[in-house]
Structures are given as C-alpha cells and as structure tokens.
Design a protein around this ligand. Structure first.
Ligand code: UDP
Length: 471
C-alpha cells in the first residue's frame, strides 16, 4: 500500500450488478487521478462467485479487494431478498475490522457505499471517515428516495390509493404502481417501505452522493438535485455512464461471440434479464414462441423459470441446466438457424458492442440500460422488479429509445404481441427512429465522459476534495 496516495474505501452490497459499477468508478478514479489507492470491501453470503473473483483478478494494482467472511441467512429462508438487502448489516463487525486495520496504516479520505450498505455508515461515523453514497441506479430513483421522508409526512393515505402520478422536481410523472418494489413498496406500514424510508433519511446525512448517470440522460432531475430543489440533499455528482470495461467474465464459454461474427450487421436481437432475473415457465415458453413467430434472429440468455427456482436471483455458479427442459418442445430444433440459446454467464458488453446486434430485449436493470446507451442499442423493455419499472418509464416515455410490449389483464405477454414488438424494433420505421435517438444518446454519453465532459468534471471535483482531506 502506497501511503503517499489518498486512500478511498468502497463497499458495494452483495450481488454482481452492484460490484460492477463500483469497480468501474474506482477504475476511472485511479486511471484519471494518479494520487489514489482504492480498497474494495466485498461482503459475501457464501463462497464468492467465479464472476466476482474474475473481476477482482483483473483489477489494476492501485485497487485491492478484500472478500469479507460469509454471513448466514438460515434464520430468514422465507425472505429470498435478505442476502441482497441485509448482508452488509450482518457484516458490520468484519467491516469495522478491515477499516480499523487500514486506519492503523494509512489515512482514509472517503468511504463509499450504496443504499443496501447504509447501516455501515454508523461504523464509518464512529471512525471519523467522511462518507459518501454511490448510487448505482438512476438519479430519478435517487430523487424519489430523497423525497420519501417529505412524501411520507404529507400523505394521509397509502401511496397505492393515490389516484395521481407522483411529481418530483425535474422528473417525469411517476405512477405509484411503477415505484420500486411494486405493491410491497406501496404499503407504508410494511417492512419494505420502512426500509426505503430509513434509506431516504440516512442518505441525506452523507457528504455527497455519486450517481451512475449523466446530465443528458436525466437532465431535469439532475439539475433539480444539484439545485437542492426541495430535497435538502447533499451535493450530487453524476459520474456515469460507468459500464463494465475489459473482460470481467471468463472467456466466451457459450461461443456466442463466435456465433455473432457470422450474423449480418444489426440483425440480431439480444435477449437477457440480467444477473438473476427470469420469468415463469409459462411466460418463458410464450416468449420462445413469440421470438420464433417474429422470424428475427436472436441471442437469448435463458435462466431457470422463477416458479421453479425462486432463489435463482444473483446467479450462482451452479446455475447450468439443459434449456430444452424448460423451453417448448421442438423449439430449439425449429429455431436452429434463427437463434442461439445459452444458459451460462455471457460477456454482455462485448455482445452489445458487436456489430451484429440490432436491439436488446431487457429487464432494464440500470447497468444493462447504460450499456445499451454506451453502445447505442435500442431496447424492448420488460421490467421485472426493483426500480426497473421506473427505468422503463424513463426509456419509453422520456428518452423514447425503447418499446414496451403490452401485457394482457393477467399481466401475461402473449406471443403475437412479442412478435409484433420484436419485428417493429428490428425492421419497422419506429425501430429506426428509436435507433437514431439511441445514437444521439450514445454521443451524449461519450461527451459526458470526454476530457471536458460533465461526468469527468464531477469526478475531478470529488478527487480534488478527497486529495485535500487532511491526514
Ligand atoms: N451481465 C453479464 N453477463 C450475463 C448477465 C449479466 O455480463 O450473463 C452483466 C451485465 O452486463 C450488467 C450486469 O451483469 O453489467 C447486470 O446488471 P443490471 O443492473 O442490468 O441487472 P441486475 O442483474 O441488477 O438485475
């Protein structure tokens, strides 16, 4: 450890999609500002997944990583989200040990965590380390969190009973049903809402909030947050889009890049629901039949159906299976020349940057969304959980770079609708317009990250603040 450098500690919560943007932030910091060393503390609830180990192995020498001892959730088996939301809360004593050991050797200029790491801020405060939130989701969601305490005070009814959409300064109107967590979030007496409220109150107490977004992506809300419009929030630093760079995963085990090399330019729809998202068996089969009916080429990352493997979230190394066990009979044979189905972890950023890709059917997790922006790939949005419905709203209603298939009254999307939307994106007039707008957004993203860009300026502002923290 080089003690003449300013030392920064980052603590992502458990889950690969939380680790990725944190690490990219650290990589950008040390590559653009020589004077920094970063320690990444990684909480675990079992043996670290292979993908996390591969990310750590590829880190530059100015970033080191420490996997914390695993914590157990045997007492909370009925809550499949507990590992995601509570791993940091159960790792506080090992976080304290790591921080105390670092402080005995060096001065720590800043500590960064995300909303699921909020409970670590008590430890950090006791140790007198300046704390920051790294917000891996859109600024719109950040604004919702920051406004939650006020909103809570002003409401006399349950959020779900409100007839209108929510208007938060600078944001597009948000229907209550699109809030994170869907129904659970809307029960103000429920644990989920209370937890979000707790986060909303705590994140306003930090020295600053770094958000993985950029001005042209969410200009209204970012300007409002930077003006402190009604939220009384700490300074906000948009430093995105921070997307996976280099090869973080093992090589292309599925051979999908080789397959893409043999497809015509812009001809393939990439289909994936992120690191852990999946559909019911019935919906998975309907999607298969819709893709087949569209007659468009596709590359589909299939995960086990969620009605058979509810804890599939946050893909474990054991997730391999035979796709013909879950897809309609004969589908793989019939679509042999049309598509490729894979079940392993794939190098997503390399796929999205491949010339053969013309669109992405996605659950619109924020990392996947920003990756589409960086590589200019228009989308079909199929949000599943977390803040994904809000992300879909931004993409469809505000940026107009995505289409959204309509579900029937039971929330089921039928094959004819899937085929229609896929055809429209891949070869329709509307698809072309979406592609052009996504191209504009891609240029705006590149500008934000350029030498004189807004995100580069935000990062420099933070760096000079941290360099000047007195040792
Ligand atoms: N990802 C990947 N290969 C896969 C699945 C996912 O590289 O097979 C990466 C993807 O590029 C993105 C992240 O995992 O960076 C998923 O994050 P996102 O926010 O899109 O969704 P989440 O996994 O949180 O639902």
């Amino acid at each position: 450890m080089n003690q003449s450098k300013s030392h920064i500690v980052i603590l992502p919560s458990v889950g690969i999609s939380h680790l990725i943007p944190f690490v990219e932030f650290a990589k950008r910091l040390v590559s653009q500002h020589n004077n920094f060393h970063v320690t990444c503390i990684i909480p675990t609830n079992g043996p670290p997944p292979q993908i996390a180990k591969a990310i750590v192995e590829a880190l530059p020498t100015t970033i080191d990583a420490i996997f914390l001892p695993p914590v157990s959730f045997d007492d909370l088996v009925a809550n499949p989200l507990a590992p995601l939301t509570l791993t940091v809360s159960r790792s506080l004593s090992s976080i304290r040990n790591v921080l105390e050991s670092l402080l005995s050797k060096t001065h720590v200029a800043a500590f960064l965590t995300n909303f699921f790491g909020i409970d670590s801020l008590d430890v950090v405060k006791e140790l007198n380390i300046p704390s920051y939130i790294f917000f891996p989701s859109p600024a719109t969601v950040l604004s919702l969190f920051l406004h939650l305490p006020k909103l809570d005070e002003s409401l006399s009814s349950e959020i779900r009973y409100l007839p209108e959409t929510m208007k938060i300064p600078g944001c597009i109107p948000i229907p209550a049903e699109d809030f994170p967590g869907g129904g659970t979030f809307q029960d103000r007496k429920g644990d989920s809402f209370k937890r979000f409220l707790h986060i909303g109150k705590r994140i306003s107490s930090v020295e600053g909030i770094i958000v993985n977004s950029f001005t042209d992506m969410e200009s209204g809300v970012i300007i409002a947050l930077q003006d402190g419009a009604g939220a009384n929030n700490p300074p906000v630093y948009p430093t995105g889009p921070l997307v996976q760079t280099g090869s973080s995963s093992e090589e292309d085990r599925s051979g999908c890049l080789r397959w893409l090399d043999n497809q015509p330019l812009g001809s393939v729809l990439y289909v994936s629901f992120g690191s852990g998202g999946t559909l019911s068996r019935a919906q998975l089969c309907e999607l298969a039949l819709g893709l087949e009916m569209s007659e468009q080429k596709f590359l589909w990352v299939v995960r086990r159906p969620n009605d058979e493997s509810p804890s599939a979230a946050y893909l474990s190394d054991k997730s391999q299976f035979d796709p013909s066990d879950v897809l309609p009979s004969g589908f793989l044979e019939r679509t042999e020349g049309q598509g490729l189905v894979v079940t392993s972890w794939v190098p997503q950023t390399q796929i999205l940057s491949h010339g053969a890709i013309g669109g992405f059917l996605t659950h619109c997790g924020w990392n996947s969304t920003l990756e589409c922006v960086v590589f200019g790939v228009p989308q079909i949005v199929w949000p599943l959980f977390a803040e994904q419905k809000m992300n879909a709203l931004i993409l469809v209603e505000d940026k107009k770079v995505a289409l959204r298939p309509k579900a029937n009254e039971n929330g089921f999307v039928e094959r004819e609708e899937i085929a229609k939307v896929v055809k429209e994106l891949m070869e329709g007039e509307e698809g072309k317009r979406l592609g052009q707008r996504m191209g504009d957004l891609k240029e705006a993203a590149a500008r934000a990250l350029s030498k004189d860009g807004s995100s580069t300026a935000s990062l420099s502002e933070l760096a000079s603040k941290w360099e000047n923290v007195e040792a």
